[in-house]
Design a protein around this ligand. Structure first.
Ligand code: FAD
Ligand code: EGU
Length: 473
């Protein structure tokens, strides 16, 4: 099948864009290209998740923040998604003794949303389908594509192969992207991938007497250095708890009783909420999942193909930004399409130029936070750090903006946020140095001034005596 346009024959016909991957970023991208009037063909390896009964995803719910919302807004999807999200105004820190301490994300209107991944994906696919110029092709798994001709090869559910052509290929096929494989064979293509030693496991906390088992409008966190658990609320009044720990530790826990022992030691308050029996069972339901960080550049191949979302930059989930960054990719690409009149040969390199530094910055930040959290973040440290951040922001609102605030509640370019963060660190350190200097100077003055064997000279005279001292310089 040849979907691509023949420029000689069709003057007015819009080009064909093949979006490979109908996950979160692929489905949103389909809306963006459809809105511009392109003929959009989405190819997704799975069956239509809107018909499937059970959907196995990578996580059940996600934190949606400003960047993701702005990207949804541009295609008119913000309200639909936000109305089905649960606002989280603060984190709730659970300490080992069961104490819960809330720390707000910011001012009143500053909150993040817990959204259901499957629902978000379904809504985006349906929104894409409302455009008459969009086709969703499920059960189409991309095997390979040709950098020479741009032809893509798909395998269908029955194993049959299909060749398809398009004017532009948009690779949104996730962290293990098949589209990206051809990039790897090119000279001067940079690529790195790192698996972290931690895995994650999801557990469901059911409602108690028909109500949420914990306060719903919070992102619940149990910071325990190497071990960490996080819980986000769902519309059905359950919480999805995500346990992060090294694979090595997962391997040590092999029986139901060991699970309970482990939870008694690190997350005792969660046992009655999840339920001891359910915990023993569900812990072994699925093996722990791996987390990978992928960085690469460039994101484009000529004027034929571009990578977005996890296919371009898989990040570890320790900033809650993977999807948000992927959605912002679509928004940034769209802005460049406006600037450069949809000329792919100019838009694609510009997209790489603009976006690579930002995606690399968020990948680095997420990895940095992972290292930081596991190294020394227990509940006391977490609380202390966030209090200091918020305090400095309150006393110097224009000078000190917490990093997570820039990342989560603004569209400050990720790499600029990192630069500003380093600058703020310098200001804070110099401030501390200044305070220390004032303390030492003031202290010495008081010591001299009021030392018992010092003649009682008025301060003005002390000053003139000091002035009289000849400087050696
Ligand atoms: P995916 O969602 O992986 O979608 C890729 C799609 O491509 C899939 O539908 C797949 O079936 C399809 N596909 C794959 N290969 C092929 C092929 N060969 N041919 C055709 N189709 C193919 N992000 C946040 O912003 N906030 C969070 O709170 C958050 N929490 C997270 C928690 C965890 C535990 C994890 C693991 C991630 C989290 N993320 C979060 C990150 C987020 O899940 C990803 O960034 C996001 O799903 C990326 O979307 P995507 O569309 O690029 O990739
Ligand atoms: C991890 C897994 C708290 C969902 C980073 C904060 C996350 C999420 C934080 C997951 C943390 C960590 C931030 C948000 C968010 C915090 C953030 C992490 C959502 C720095 C479903 N992180 N996450 N930082 O500030 O900016 O509250 O799986 F524990 S939302 Cl690791 Cl804002």
């Amino acid at each position: 099948m040849d979907y691509s346009t023949n420029d000689n024959k069709s003057i007015s016909k819009k080009k064909v864009v093949a979006v490979v991957g109908g996950g979160l970023v692929g489905a949103l991208n389909a809306c963006y290209f459809a809105k511009r009037g392109f003929q959009v063909e989405v190819f997704e390896s799975r069956e239509d998740i809107r018909q499937a009964k059970i959907v196995k995803g990578r996580s059940i719910n996600l934190a949606l923040s400003h960047r993701g919302r702005q990207a949804l807004k541009q295609v008119g999807m913000e309200d639909t998604i936000v109305s089905k999200g649960i606002p989280m105004h603060s984190r709730m820190i659970h300490s080992l003794n069961g104490t819960q301490s809330p720390i707000p994300y910011g001012k009143k209107g500053q909150y993040i949303l817990s959204v259901d991944r499957a629902n978000l994906n379904k809504e985006l696919l349906s929104a894409a389908e409302t455009y008459p110029n969009t086709n969703l092709n499920f059960a189409h798994k991309l095997l390979d594509w040709s950098t020479e001709t741009g032809a893509m090869t798909f395998v269908r559910a029955e194993g049959a192969k299909e060749e398809i052509q398009a004017d532009l290929i948009v690779g949104c096929d996730g962290a293990f992207s098949a589209i990206r494989k051809q990039f790897l064979r090119q000279s001067r293509f940079n690529y790195s991938q790192t698996y972290i030693p931690h895995g994650y496991l999801e557990l469901t906390m059911p409602p108690i007497n028909g109500e949420f088992a914990m306060k719903p409008n919070y992102l619940h966190i149990w910071p325990r250095n190497t071990f960490m658990m996080i819980a986000l609320p769902n519309l059905d009044k359950t919480f999805t708890c995500t346990l992060f720990m090294p694979f090595e530790e997962f391997e040590k826990v092999t029986t139901g009783d060991q699970v309970i022992k482990f939870f008694q030691k690190y997350f005792p308050d969660a046992i009655p909420l999840i339920g001891a029996e359910a915990l023993k069972r569900d812990y072994f339901h699925l093996p722990a999942q791996a987390m990978v960080s992928v960085k690469c550049s460039p994101y484009h191949f000529g004027d034929k193909c571009v990578l977005m979302g996890d296919a371009a930059h898989a990040v570890v989930p320790f900033y809650g930004q993977g999807m948000n960054a992927g959605f912002e990719d679509c928004l940034v690409f769209n802005e460049i399409m406006d600037q450069l009149n949809e000329d792919f040969s100019a838009v694609l390199p510009e997209y790489t130029r603009v976006r690579v530094p930002d995606d690399h910055a968020i990948a680095d930040l997420a990895m940095y936070n992972y290292v930081e959290m596991r190294a020394h973040v227990n509940s006391k440290w977490f609380l202390f750090r966030k209090y200091v951040d918020n305090f400095l922001h309150i006393i110097m609102p224009r000078t000190i903006i917490p990093l997570y605030t820039m990342v989560t509640f603004t569209r400050t370019r990720y790499h600029k946020a990192v630069k500003r963060w380093h600058w703020q660190d310098k200001v804070i350190n110099q401030g501390l140095l200044f305070c220390a200097a004032v303390t030492v100077a003031g202290g010495s003055y008081l010591l001299v001034r009021y030392s018992p064997n010092m003649p009682n000279i008025p301060t003005e005279q002390l000053w003139s005596r000091l002035q009289a001292l000849k400087s050696p310089f």
